[in-house]
Design a protein around this ligand. Structure first.
Ligand code: FMN
Length: 479
């Protein structure tokens, strides 16, 4: 059953024991963030903060909607104990169903509206998430909506936004993001402001889709519908014609100014470090704020994994990478993005290995914007989802002198790669390396070392006997 809205999802999390309500008053200034971060680091539940200092009762914050694989499984209406492989498979399959949106004329997200001079962002309980952040972040788990005026294509993306003044926001879309590209190509040349809407507190799958790297022209709302198994209801904004999820808790409407910027950040970011000093961010003049009565602000207190970013991006990035590798003719079997590697590390298993295939994999990863710096390629007999097997293959099969291929690039690297120097980050220069942990293709079969495992070093008859007698030996575990 699709979740009608965030509140429906919260109830499901509560039923399965994956959410804790905190009724005691907490301070938006660091306390909410500190509790949330500690709970993430313990692999704990989603948290619903119901009493925020300085705010009316019922103005709530939800931290960590999909910060564990269990919560992602629940969002997808799967068994909460589903394996990561099962979750990846369900996401991949359902994503292709695509259900067009439904337009509605009135919406819960517009129960209360502030327009023009009445806009006051401080009436919403945006937290000071981490000590050292540049300000209060209202957009940490959002769906940011913009439209290309030429093609009519609407982009959904997840980008951080900080409250700048009572009616201005400042954000940090990476230069290679669709939001930044749309502004640069379609609005800046005409010195025009770009309409924008920031939806906060939607059904979890709408947010998931916003983190998924779709191509221009692809309708993210249709993919979200497919994943939910029901159309996403959209309503028109109050001050421009962008369409937003009607069930959102909060919608901030505005326009990105073409002729002004403001300082943004730092922010405790998804790689697990505070981003650098304040940088130039895009400035949004807010034209309206609409919200449900007793709104719930979704939050992700990003940092050391696991959290929503490392878990959600593991899913959406890996499935997108697998599709891309397949399109390029790479003999890919599986792609796994371990959350601990915060999308900077990717594992690719291939049907057939060798240096040529490793090079093909690297070519894919460095073709356009480059967010990944390390890729491990393993043979098909290695379970890409099992990091113990991946480390074993890497340690034993990657030749220290010949097994690494490095590629440097300029102007399209990931500014949030901690090991890059400040200059590299500023210029978006970087490098990616592929670790080839497959057997060289030119090795004859008899030259390939035989794995000393139960499955590979015992005759089938012995294996069968051992499996059959497993319990009678008095052994537990898998028979
Ligand atoms: C919690 C979270 C926060 C994010 N914040 C930003 C951000 O501030 N700027 C950015 O460029 N990408 C950010 N991303 C990554 C983008 O959401 C992701 O690259 C997505 O594909 C962007 O959409 P686009 O491909 O349409 O640009 C964030 C992802 C997550 C999961």
């Amino acid at each position: 059953m699709p979740f009608a809205d965030l509140r429906d999802f919260i109830s499901a999390l509560e039923r399965s024991g994956d959410l804790v309500r905190i009724g005691q008053e907490v301070d938006w200034d660091l306390e909410v963030g500190a509790i949330s971060r500690r709970v993430f680091e313990q692999g704990g539940p989603a948290l619903l903060f119901e009493r925020i200092k300085d705010y009316p009762n019922g103005y709530a914050i939800l931290n960590g909607p999909v910060g564990t694989w269990r919560r992602v499984a629940i969002a997808l209406d799967l068994d909460p104990n589903s394996s990561v492989r099962e979750i990846y498979a369900a996401y991949t399959e359902r994503r292709e169903r695509k259900i067009p949106q439904a337009t509605v004329s009135s919406a819960p997200c517009q129960e209360e509206v502030m327009v023009g001079p009445d806009v006051d962002l401080y009436r919403l309980p945006a937290p000071m998430v981490h000590d050292g952040d540049g300000g209060r972040y209202i957009g940490t788990w959002d769906v940011v909506i913009t439209k290309d005026p030429e093609t009519g294509w609407t982009n959904w993306g997840m980008y951080r936004f900080m409250t700048h003044t009572r009616n201005m926001l400042v954000g940090w879309p990476q230069a290679t993001s669709q939001l930044a590209l749309m502004m640069k190509n379609q609005f800046l040349p005409h010195n025009r402001a770009m309409p924008i809407a920031i939806a906060i507190g939607c059904d979890p799958l709408c947010h998931m889709v916003a983190t998924d790297p779709f191509k221009p022209g692809e309708s993210e709302v249709e993919y979200a519908g497919g994943l939910r198994g029901a159309a996403v209801g959209l309503v028109s904004c109050k001050t421009h014609d962008l369409m937003v999820p009607a069930h959102a808790e909060i919608v901030i409407e505005g326009e990105v100014l073409p002729d002004r910027i403001a300082l943004e950040g730092p922010f405790g970011e998804y790689p697990g470090y505070r981003s650098g000093t304040m940088g130039e961010g895009v400035l949004v003049q807010v034209t309206a704020v609409a919200h449900r009565r007793r709104p719930i602000l979704t939050l992700s207190t990003l940092g050391i994994p696991p959290d929503d970013s490392s878990i959600a991006a593991s899913l959406t990035a890996a499935t997108a990478m697998k599709r891309g590798l397949m399109r390029r003719g790479v003999p890919v079997k599986e792609v796994y993005v371990p959350p601990e590697g915060v999308t900077h590390l990717v594992v690719v298993s291939v049907e057939r290995g060798g240096r040529q295939v490793a090079q093909q994999v690297l070519d894919f990863f460095t073709a356009r914007r480059v967010m990944v710096s390390k890729v491990v390629v393993v043979d098909r007999d290695v379970d890409a989802f099992d990091m113990a097997q991946v480390i074993h293959a890497f340690a034993t099969k990657c030749h220290p002198g010949k097994g690494m291929i490095v590629q440097h690039y300029e102007g399209r690297g990931n500014a949030l790669t901690p090991c890059y120097s400040a200059e590299e980050r500023r210029k978006l220069n970087g490098a990616s390396v592929v670790f080839d942990a497959t057997w060289p293709e030119e090795w004859a079969e008899e030259a390939i070392p035989v794995k000393a495992s139960f499955a590979t070093t015992y005759p089938e008859s012995v294996q069968e006997k051992v499996r059959k007698n497993w319990r009678s030996y008095g052994l537990g575990g898998k028979a």
